[in-house]
Design a protein around this ligand. Structure first.
Ligand code: THU
Length: 137
């Protein structure tokens, strides 16, 4: 990808969002940037809580920002942390990534290493709405 390209912009925004992460408990700051089909990019950061289980991951925080602004279709999600290998979305985030069929998920670290995947690769056999056929009977 050429310098100044779309991926550079995504990484830049994810890194900037990471700086805003609220992670006083783990100290592990994560940033995300979600590219919508209409060209807009939405940032997200992890938001921890003293009740640890309420923590919101950077990926879901980016999805929430995007959806609140009316975006529904996405082309790529970039996620970055200071990890020895590119940071991978947790299981809960994978289910949310699957909900929106995000075709390209770029996992990265501060060293600049990247891994690419799709929603389907990240969560095979994902639960989806077709499985609720037969509900409300
Ligand atoms: N975290 C994310 O925000 N995204 C990931 O992909 C992995 C984990 C956050 C949640 C928590 O605030 C911290 O990283 C440690 O688990």
């Amino acid at each position: 990808m050429k310098a100044g390209g779309r991926m550079d912009k995504l990484r830049e925004m994810a890194l900037a969002a990471r700086e805003q992460a609220y992670a006083p408990y783990s100290g592990f700051r994560v940033g995300a940037a979600l590219a919508a089909q209409d060209g807009r990019i939405f940032a997200g950061a992890n938001v921890e809580n003293s009740s640890y289980g309420l923590t919101l991951c950077a990926e879901r925080s980016a999805v929430a920002a995007a959806v609140a602004a009316g975006a529904r279709t996405f082309s790529a999600l970039y996620v970055v942390a200071d990890s020895p290998v590119p940071v991978a979305p947790c299981g809960a985030c994978r289910q949310v990534i699957a909900e929106f069929h995000i075709p390209l998920v770029i996992m990265a670290n501060l060293a600049g290493e990247e891994r690419r995947s799709s929603y389907a690769e990240l969560l095979p056999y994902a639960f989806s709405t077709e499985m609720m056929e037969g509900g409300r009977k």
